[in-house]
Write a protein of this length. Structure first.
Length: 91
């Protein structure tokens, strides 16, 4: 019974992962789609470049914040903790 539940969860997760991108494409603006489809190849290339330009800065910011959090993860640990059971170690 446990194995069947595990496979059912895996199947549901896989189906959801395959279905979500289709749902996100369905949310596109009809006006934007028709304008992009009616434009020339130069405009389509400019649109693709614009998308990349708008995606790169937030990605770099997120990577930077993650890197800083990783580097500073032990900064506020309990290094200053003094065990009261050991005499003579008071600061």
């Amino acid at each position: 019974m446990k194995m069947r539940t595990k496979w059912m969860r895996l199947f549901c997760a896989l189906a959801l992962a395959l279905f979500v991108p289709a749902m996100s494409f369905a949310q596109s603006c009809a006006l934007c789609y028709t304008q992009a489809a009616g434009s020339g190849s130069r405009m389509i290339q400019a649109l693709r470049s614009g998308i990349l330009i708008l995606v790169i800065p937030p990605m770099l910011i997120c990577i930077g914040i993650t890197w800083m959090a990783y580097k500073k993860r032990n900064q506020f640990s309990d290094d200053d903790y003094v065990d009261s059971a050991e005499p003579g170690l008071e600061r």
